[in-house]
Write a protein that binds this ligand. Sequence first.
Ligand code: ZN
Length: 447
Amino acid sequence: MLAIVRVVFGVVLALVLSGHALAADTVARDFPPGLVVPDAAKSGADFDVDKATEAYLALLTPEQRELSDAYFEGGYWLQLWGFLYGVVVAAILLHTRLSRGMRDIGRRFSRRPWVQTLIYALLWVLIGFVLYLPIDIYVGFVREHQYGLATQAFGGWFGDQLKELLVSVILLPPVIAMLYAAVRRAGDRWWVWASGGAFVLILFVLLLAPVFIDPLFNDYKPLREGAAREAVLSLARANQIPTDNVVEFDASRQTTRISANVSGFLGTTRVALNDNLLEKTSLPEIKAVMGHEMGHYVLNHAFRLTVYLSLVIAFAFWFVHRTMNWALARWGARLGLEGRTDPAALPLAVVIFSFFFLLATPLTNSITRQAEAEADAFGLDAAAEPNGFAMAAMRLSTYRKLRPGPLEEIIFYDHPSGYDRVHGSMIWLKEHPPAPGSSTAPALAQP
Ligand SMILES: [Zn+2]
């Protein structure tokens, strides 16, 4: 097992070094603020969708594109290394008796199985935090700085990690205790109960996150006065979105990325813009991005994606159920595990669960990518800012590979690629030529 540990740490070290060779300090990764409309993308009699698309794509210099590809393709490998790292963590917990020791501590405290599981899960969250720290530091801190995407010093970043740990300490142990209660009571049908529980839990977290979790990491306040506010509120009114909950937050604390989101559920729904979007982009870009976000709201994506994700989780639990029986028969006795109701076997179950999700990556990415493509189409119609959307897509392409192959897109992309988004915007522009007498504003299609 030491050999595996050496290989994984060797790989992490190699990643750190290779990432450094490509460090962003020599290339300006980001675009300067403001909307650039290439000549070929200005509508006119000779407007050509493919030429306009290529003109937008050419906004990225070859060096910027190389940097973006390296960052994004490195992410593919990180999914695999992340899984293998998890296998090593599980091996450490199971082989060193750490896992059994945590279970025995639980038994010393209480005779009730659910209290024992609660204590085991609490220790598992804490020890897992420590064991995952090396890869978390590399992925979340070192690598983000290498590519010019992070803004936090280590202290601030680590403080955020501790807050995340606090959230996990509060939320995860009860969830794991309930999961094991289902395993004890429902027998071979535990995975059905657990899937139902997962559905309720996801809705619950969606409901609570905007109110209790997000404000731990960033300041949320009403969207600042100005043209952007007027435009966003007008777009919200036009699409029947409650306008009293449109806010901005200081994402620049952590990152240079632009983003916005619609979060929450039922009464806690909130449309949020990050300050990078407000400060680094132009009004047409802001409108285009918000049109997309409002698409998520109007098309009810939060609920729909929860249903889809719960179905995938049901498959995952079923897979864990079948594989655990086999794995316990094979290794259970040697590792001192007493069966599937034994919390000490949790690291084994987690490895099987993550293996399923690694294999299901093309499926889960395709589910979200489909919703994102719908929101793109909605946003183009709602905001009528095709150049703004193309420009925003190009900004995102400074750290997402601009033009993947078809299979690569299916497997790894949870959003349409920059190419697809620019191309889609240019198709929209062609089909909505400017109104007579106007130089820029496209005429809206008649219903
Ligand atoms: Zn989206």
